[in-house]
Design a protein around this ligand. Structure first.
Ligand SMILES: Cc1cc2nc3c(=O)[nH]c(=O)nc-3n(C[C@H](O)[C@H](O)[C@H](O)COP(=O)(O)OP(=O)(O)OC[C@H]3O[C@@H](n4cnc5c(N)ncnc54)[C@H](O)[C@@H]3O)c2cc1C
Length: 329
């Protein structure tokens, strides 16, 4: 196996249109039978060369920019166990605790909020949540992203993985899991001959189109359920922006909670339980049991709660645990 580093400047195709080789800026040439496009938003193989259409989903998912900042923390400060997401007038903020810093950012929709306003939202958050962070002196990085995915991901002898395949805003951190699922699908179904390549492509494209569409819908669910009243949130609740399948499911979920009947594929990225967390958390009128829980059920729940409390009490703090891991490494 050879690792060749270089910038791809040209793509050679054979008579049938399959990719035959990549030409590099330094004059190098890399031949191959199969190519993975992992060139991110540039999508040099699947987009620029194969011409596979980009399906824009900004009609459903409006966020297209983010401001990111890193804030140093005291060496002995506690490390939160969870990422904190906080909604704002036209998007949301993330706050991720790490041993040496907090990664904080503001995701927003440029059609509803200017860059200056987003900077103010981020600065206000920092001032309020981390007094003394010196928000004016921090280096804020802006990221811009297109929201959507390819019509197909596997074309001929080219497979797009990562941002070349698509990108939907980072609310549920769905990008890296799709990269892993794509690689697993490829490894476990690696074409043994050119003859079956199109069959594998067809199967992969069907499954991953399904996965991208479910991710778009799951993200949208978070916004549709909000009762906030700013124009951005009202636009999210506009039925014209809600995918029809999600609208149908939301009607069903008034009568029966999300179940495997709604999400029947293997390795659903967001199974029924994920949807239930969001729906219950946002007080969606899911059907509630009519009868009071039995004594046996109440006793079982109390036992689970007591066990959880005892386990939590015995756990070390995150910083203690991570420091011990670092020392052991
Ligand atoms: C604000 C934000 C937060 C996120 N948070 C999460 C998260 O919590 N969890 C999660 O799963 N995902 C998250 N993501 C998404 C995730 O970071 C990206 O989807 C992922 O990094 C994309 O990886 P990639 O390798 O496909 O593309 P990239 O990381 O963009 O890499 C593409 C590479 O291809 C190279 N390249 C391009 N053109 C050429 C060429 N012609 N020749 C050679 N090389 C080339 C580029 O230089 C680059 O190194 C987040 C994204 C954003 C914007």
């Amino acid at each position: 196996m050879a690792h060749v580093a270089g910038e791809v400047t040209e793509i050679e195709a054979d008579e049938a249109g399959a990719i035959a080789a990549l030409r590099l800026r330094d004059g190098g040439r890399v031949e191959g039978d199969f190519f993975i496009d992992c060139s991110g938003a540039a999508a040099i193989l699947i987009g620029a060369h194969c011409g596979i259409a980009w399906i824009d989903r900004s009609d459903v998912s409006f966020n297209d920019r983010a401001l990111a900042v890193q804030v140093a923390v005291e060496p002995d400060s506690p490390i939160a166990s969870q990422t904190v997401g906080t909604a704002h007038a036209a998007g949301w903020l993330w706050d991720i605790a790490l041993p040496s810093r907090r990664g904080i950012g503001c995701v927003y929709a440029s059609s509803f909020m200017s860059d200056d306003e987003a900077n103010r939202v981020l600065a206000d958050y920092l001032r309020e949540r981390i007094p003394g962070a010196g928000e004016d002196a921090l280096a804020v990085r802006q990221l811009r992203f297109a929201t959507g995915h390819r019509e197909r991901f596997w074309q001929g002898n080219c497979l797009a993985i990562g941002q070349s395949a698509g990108f939907i805003e980072p609310l549920e951190a769905s990008a890296i899991v799709l990269i892993e699922l794509s690689l697993r699908a490829l490894v476990e179904n690696f074409p043994a001959s050119q003859a079956t390549m199109d069959l594998h492509a067809k199967r992969f494209n069907r499954l991953f189109r399904y996965r991208w569409e479910r991710i778009v819908e799951f993200l949208k669910l978070h916004y549709v359920l909000s009762r906030r009243d700013e124009p951005y949130w009202r636009a999210h609740r506009d039925p014209a922006t809600i995918p029809p399948r999600l609208a149908e499911q939301m009607a069903l979920w008034r009568e029966q909670p999300p179940s495997v009947w709604d999400f029947p594929e293997v390795d659903e990225v967001f199974p029924a339980a994920s949807h239930q967390y969001v729906l219950y958390g946002m007080d969606y009128p899911l059907p509630r049991p009519q009868a009071a829980p039995s004594q046996a059920a109440l006793a079982a729940l109390a036992a689970v709660q007591e066990r959880a409390r005892a386990l939590c009490a015995a756990l070390p703090a995150n910083r203690t645990y991570l420091s011990a891991m670092a020392q052991a490494a």
